[in-house]
Design a protein around this ligand. Sequence first.
Ligand SMILES: [Zn+2]
Ligand SMILES: [Zn+2]
Ligand SMILES: [Zn+2]
Length: 89
Amino acid sequence: MNDCQTMKKPKLCKYCGVEIGKSVGCSQQNFWTKCKPTRRIPFRGLIATDECPRCGAHNGCYHHAGCPEEECPKCGDKVQECGCMEGAL
Ligand SMILES: [Zn+2]
Ligand SMILES: [Zn+2]
Ligand SMILES: [Zn+2]
Protein backbone atom coordinates (compact mmCIF):
# COMPACT_ATOMS: atom_id res chain seq x y z
CA MET A 1 0.00 0.00 0.00
CA ASN A 2 1.34 3.30 -1.06
CA ASP A 3 -0.41 6.38 0.15
CA CYS A 4 0.94 9.18 -1.96
CA GLN A 5 -1.82 11.55 -0.84
CA THR A 6 0.11 12.34 2.32
CA MET A 7 3.19 13.19 0.28
CA LYS A 8 1.41 15.89 -1.70
CA LYS A 9 1.93 19.36 -0.36
CA PRO A 10 -0.39 22.14 -1.49
CA LYS A 11 1.30 24.62 -3.79
CA LEU A 12 0.99 28.09 -2.35
CA CYS A 13 1.24 31.21 -4.44
CA LYS A 14 4.23 33.24 -3.31
CA TYR A 15 2.38 36.48 -4.08
CA CYS A 16 -0.94 36.07 -2.34
CA GLY A 17 -0.32 32.98 -0.18
CA VAL A 18 -3.40 31.18 -1.43
CA GLU A 19 -3.28 27.59 -2.58
CA ILE A 20 -2.92 27.60 -6.36
CA GLY A 21 -6.06 26.37 -8.09
CA LYS A 22 -8.28 27.11 -5.10
CA SER A 23 -9.12 30.74 -5.78
CA VAL A 24 -10.48 32.80 -8.65
CA GLY A 25 -7.20 34.60 -9.19
CA CYS A 26 -4.25 36.33 -7.61
CA SER A 27 -4.70 39.45 -5.52
CA GLN A 28 -1.27 40.74 -6.55
CA GLN A 29 -1.80 43.11 -9.49
CA ASN A 30 1.78 44.21 -10.13
CA PHE A 31 5.24 42.84 -10.62
CA TRP A 32 7.69 44.73 -8.47
CA THR A 33 11.08 45.15 -10.03
CA LYS A 34 13.61 47.58 -8.61
CA CYS A 35 10.86 49.14 -6.45
CA LYS A 36 8.80 49.94 -9.54
CA PRO A 37 5.42 48.33 -10.14
CA THR A 38 4.57 46.88 -13.55
CA ARG A 39 0.93 46.03 -14.09
CA ARG A 40 0.46 42.33 -14.74
CA ILE A 41 -1.62 40.92 -17.58
CA PRO A 42 -4.73 39.12 -16.36
CA PHE A 43 -5.94 35.85 -17.80
CA ARG A 44 -8.27 36.29 -20.73
CA GLY A 45 -10.34 33.31 -21.74
CA LEU A 46 -12.16 32.87 -25.01
CA ILE A 47 -15.44 32.70 -23.15
CA ALA A 48 -16.46 34.28 -19.86
CA THR A 49 -16.43 31.01 -17.95
CA ASP A 50 -12.91 30.06 -19.03
CA GLU A 51 -10.30 29.41 -16.37
CA CYS A 52 -6.54 29.29 -16.71
CA PRO A 53 -5.69 25.60 -17.23
CA ARG A 54 -2.57 25.90 -15.09
CA CYS A 55 -3.40 28.08 -12.08
CA GLY A 56 -7.20 28.26 -12.16
CA ALA A 57 -7.43 32.03 -12.55
CA HIS A 58 -10.84 33.08 -13.76
CA ASN A 59 -11.43 35.26 -16.81
CA GLY A 60 -10.09 38.77 -16.17
CA CYS A 61 -8.27 37.73 -12.98
CA TYR A 62 -4.53 37.59 -12.39
CA HIS A 63 -2.47 34.41 -12.63
CA HIS A 64 -0.79 33.05 -9.54
CA ALA A 65 2.96 33.15 -9.12
CA GLY A 66 4.86 30.92 -11.49
CA CYS A 67 1.97 30.23 -13.85
CA PRO A 68 3.43 29.21 -17.23
CA GLU A 69 0.47 30.82 -19.01
CA GLU A 70 1.11 34.35 -17.79
CA GLU A 71 2.15 36.92 -20.37
CA CYS A 72 4.95 39.41 -19.83
CA PRO A 73 3.65 42.99 -19.58
CA LYS A 74 6.88 44.19 -21.18
CA CYS A 75 7.45 42.00 -24.22
CA GLY A 76 4.28 39.91 -24.49
CA ASP A 77 6.08 36.57 -24.32
CA LYS A 78 5.52 33.99 -21.60
CA VAL A 79 6.82 35.71 -18.50
CA GLN A 80 8.35 32.54 -17.10
CA GLU A 81 10.56 32.26 -20.18
CA CYS A 82 11.50 35.78 -21.29
CA GLY A 83 13.27 36.85 -18.09
CA CYS A 84 12.09 40.50 -18.17
CA MET A 85 10.46 40.15 -14.77
CA GLU A 86 13.17 37.99 -13.27
CA GLY A 87 13.46 38.55 -9.54
CA ALA A 88 10.15 40.40 -9.48
CA LEU A 89 7.77 39.97 -6.61
ZN1 LIG B 1 -1.60 34.36 -6.12
ZN1 LIG C 1 -2.54 30.96 -14.91
ZN1 LIG D 1 9.29 39.78 -21.25
